[in-house]
Design a protein around this ligand. Sequence first.
Ligand code: NI
Length: 133
Amino acid sequence: MLYITRKEHFSASHILTNKKLTIKKNEKIFGKCNEYHGHNYYLEITVCGKLKKESGYVFDLKLLSKIIQDKIISKVDHKLLNEVDIFKNTIPTTENMAIIFWRILKPELDKYKIKLYSIKIYETEKNIVEYRG
Ligand code: NI
């Protein structure tokens, strides 16, 4: 099995807040993240499969990039994530983002019979979330 990764980038802002909790409790849980702020996110999408003899590829990375652009980046780049449809009723933490991106990409990649292996999001250089379904 071979694993190939496409890396993409987007910038977005968010506020971490749980509307069901009091202001005080939100401040306690989220600290500085309970204020509006932005991130330069990096997204790594890894798919896996067998080498195709005809092309020498596992999957066309240009196509993978296009799918990620169309289905994810175009929806979140330069957006306030709290107001983006796909995060409705969700706290836009990196964890929740990884899960939601998985739910969007999995059926798209299924169409091409390629297996989604992992979604890795770098919120900062030091804060990274990986989801494997
Ligand atoms: Ni943040």
